[in-house]
Design a protein around this ligand. Structure first.
Ligand code: FNR
Length: 367
């Protein structure tokens, strides 16, 4: 029997229930990482190596979690990141996340490979709710141009270009389970798709492995949306991103689904912030991280170390797959409660109070 949603006390509880109740193929696709899943495991574990240095005797009677990310207001410094194939977990798909995002004032990133159509997800938006677009770049740039310009026309406020997936990683759990055709919204010639490679590979054959820095000015010429590189993993590329006039970078290893032994985002953050400061670039670009963020303390650590915000993937998928919209709202509220409580306990009242002095990062390897 499923416990009542109010019996989920943290984000990991949703994962446990999802493991026990989700269809095998869906669980395999959502939960899997590349190869031996070392990066997948370390993404969360890396946060355990950072400690807080709280301030005492600060008036923390009022806590404000609100912030802006890429110029967009948000109730919290986290957002719903792009994850493909929402209908594997919930028959309604990504619009469930849209509705929960509206209720909790949390920004949603729409995946290129959503199960719902892009327009369905935008149509599900309410009021002044904010959405961003995640882009897989097609070998046919005309298709990509249309996707980007359509998204801008429909009100998307930022373009996140995925740069860590010139080829999809080998997720063996996913490859062993069967590709579920009904759940996907595959518009290409499906018969051309080799399903033995699992759901992920079956739908991603259009992604252009030739994508390079030379393409960045083209993206800047076709859209006014701020551009974010999703999946940067070293300081040199962060510096390059500034020099190419990119608005933000996301330090990410794609939730451990691409290169196994890629470092956790929080480790890369230490290296990248040090390099940006050294170049005097720290105010020229926004830095985000994702991967393994499950607790309010994880978010606080990232913000203290210089991140503008963090992305959360699987926990919202698991909440959506088990309890639908109610579950996602509950997961977001739990994170907000954890954030507010831990801000009080470290002696900070607003996001802009958070800085490096609150964390002991000595145990993180910098480059
Ligand atoms: C993803 N991710 C992803 N990223 C992307 O750029 N395009 C995509 O289509 C997908 N699809 C996708 C599906 C699933 C099931 C997962 C779990 C992840 C990566 C995602 O945006 C993000 O980087 C990670 O999910 C963050 O890690 P956590 O929060 O899942 O640990």
């Amino acid at each position: 029997r499923m416990p009542h949603v109010s019996q989920c006390y943290n984000l990991l509880d949703f994962e446990d229930i999802a493991r026990q109740t989700m269809r095998k193929t869906a669980w395999a696709y959502y939960s899997s990482g590349a190869d031996d899943e070392i990066t997948l495991r370390e993404n969360h574990a890396a946060f355990h190596r950072i400690w807080f240095r709280p301030k005492v005797l600060v008036d923390v009677s009022k806590i404000d979690l609100s912030t802006t990310m890429l110029g967009c207001p948000s109730s919290v410094p986290f957002y719903i990141t792009a994850t493909a194939l929402g209908k594997l977990g919930n028959p309604e798909g990504e619009v469930v996340l849209t509705r929960a995002g509206y209720r909790e004032n949390v920004i949603q990133m729409i995946p290129t490979l959503a199960s719902c159509s892009f327009d369905e997800i935008v149509d599900a938006k309410q009021g002044d709710q904010i959405q961003w677009l995640q882009l897989y770049v097609n070998q046919d740039r005309e298709i990509t141009r249309k996707i980007v310009q359509h998204a801008e026309k429909r009100g998307c406020r930022a373009l996140w270009i995925t740069v860590d997936a010139p080829q999809l990683g080998r997720r063996e759990k996913d490859m062993r389970s069967k590709y579920d055709e009904q759940a996907a919204n595959v518009q290409d010639d499906e018969s051309a798709v080799d399903r033995s490679q699992g759901a992920a590979r079956a739908i991603s054959s259009f992604i252009d492995p030739a994508l390079s820095w030379k393409d960045i000015p083209w993206f800047q010429s076709i859209t006014k949306m701020p551009i974010v590189l999703k999946g940067v993993q070293r300081a040199e590329d962060a510096i390059k991103a500034v020099e190419f006039g990119v608005d933000a970078i996301l330090l990410s290893n794609h939730g451990g689904r691409q290169l196994d032994f890629a470092r956790p985002g929080i480790e890369v953050l230490a290296e990248v912030m040090a390099a940006l400061r050294q170049h005097g670039y720290e105010h020229k670009i926004e830095v985000y991280i994702d991967g393994g963020i499950r607790r309010g303390t994880d978010i606080l650590k990232a913000i203290c170390m210089g991140a503008k915000g963090v992305g959360i993937g699987r926990p919202f998928l698991y909440a959506m797959s088990t309890y639908g919209e109610t579950g996602v709202v509950r997961a977001m509220q739990l994170l907000k409660d954890e954030l507010a409580m831990n801000m009080r306990l470290i002696g900070a009242t607003k996001i802009s109070d958070l800085d490096e002095s609150f964390v002991e990062v000595g145990s993180i390897a910098t480059h």
